[in-house]
Design a protein around this ligand. Structure first.
Ligand SMILES: [Zn+2]
Length: 218
C-alpha cells in the first residue's frame, strides 16, 4: 500500500514550508526507514535484529507513553545505533486538539525522548501548532507509508515499484498483526525488508539529532 499523496505533497510543499521535511529527494541517494508508534516489547526487538542483520539504521518515532512503559526497549534502539524522534505522548490528532493541549502532549514526550525530530501523529498539525513546533523541532513527514497497521495487511501484496532516492518510508513497530502474529507473517515481513534493502544497496542516511550521518551497507 503506497501513499502517493505523500509524494504529491512532497513535490508541492518541498522547500516551501520551513522546518517540515516531506522528502529527501534531490539531496541524497538514500532511502529512509522510519518506524512509528513504538517502542513495543516484542515488535521493536525483532525489527532491531533485522536491521542489525542488514547493518542498516532507521529512525524510530516513539510515543512517550510507550517509552515510559518499555524504557529498556527504548534504550536498545539507541544502543543499536538508531535515531529516535518524538511522536507525541498519546498520539493526538492535531486537527482535533487545541494547540495548548497538543504542545503539552509533545512536551510531556520530550521528557523521555531527547530529540529534535518530531513526526505529527497522522501527519496532522494546524498552522498554529506548526509555528510553535518548528521553533524546537525538524518536522519529518514521509513520501510513502505501508498500511501495516491494518488488520489483514499482507507484506506480499505491497508494491515497492518506483521507490526513489530520498523517499521516507513509514512502517510501525506496534503493528501486532504484522510483526507479532504467526511466524508465517513474520517471515513474509522479513522478505519484504529484504526487498527494500535489495533495491537500495547503497548508503542509508540516518537522521541524527545533531547532524546527518552516513551508514553504508556493504
Ligand atoms: Zn503514529
Amino acid at each position: 500500500m503506497i501513499d502517493q499523496m505523500g509524494r504529491i505533497l512532497a513535490n508541492i510543499a518541498g522547500g516551501l514550508i520551513p522546518g517540515i521535511r516531506f522528502s529527501m529527494a534531490g539531496e541524497t541517494n538514500s532511502v529512509y526507514l522510519t518506524f512509528d508508534d513504538g517502542p513495543h516489547p516484542e515488535t521493536t526487538p525483532r525489527i532491531l535484529d533485522l536491521l542489525a542483520k542488514h547493518d542498516a539504521r532507521a529512525t524510530f518515532f516513539c510515543l512517550g507513553r510507550n517509552v515510559e512503559k518499555y524504557p529498556a526497549v527504548f534504550d536498545s534502539i539507541i544502543e543499536g545505533g538508531h535515531v529516535v524522534g518524538n511522536h507525541s505522548w498519546s498520539h493526538p490528532n492535531g486537527w482535533l486538539t487545541s494547540t495548548g493541549k497538543y504542545l503539552a502532549d509533545v512536551n510531556r514526550a520530550s521528557e523521555v525522548i531527547d530529540s529534535n525530530l518530531f513526526r505529527p501523529p497522522y501527519g496532522r498539525i494546524t498552522p498554529g501548532q506548526y509555528r510553535q513546533l518548528k521553533k524546537r523541532y525538524e518536522i519529518i513527514m514521509w513520501t510513502r507509508q505501508f498500511a501495516d497497521y491494518r488488520p489483514g495487511f499482507n507484506p506480499h501484496r505491497v508494491s515497492l515499484n518506483g521507490i526513489q532516492p530520498g523517499d521516507i518510508l513509514v512502517m510501525h513497530d506496534n503493528s501486532a498483526n504484522v510483526w507479532n502474529d504467526a511466524p508465517p507473517n513474520i517471515f513474509n515481513t522479513l522478505k519484504l525488508m529484504d526487498r527494500i534493502f535489495a533495491c537500495f544497496p547503497y548508503s542509508f542516511q540516518v537522521c541524527n539529532t545533531k547532524r546527518m550521518v552516513h551508514h553504508t551497507i556493504p
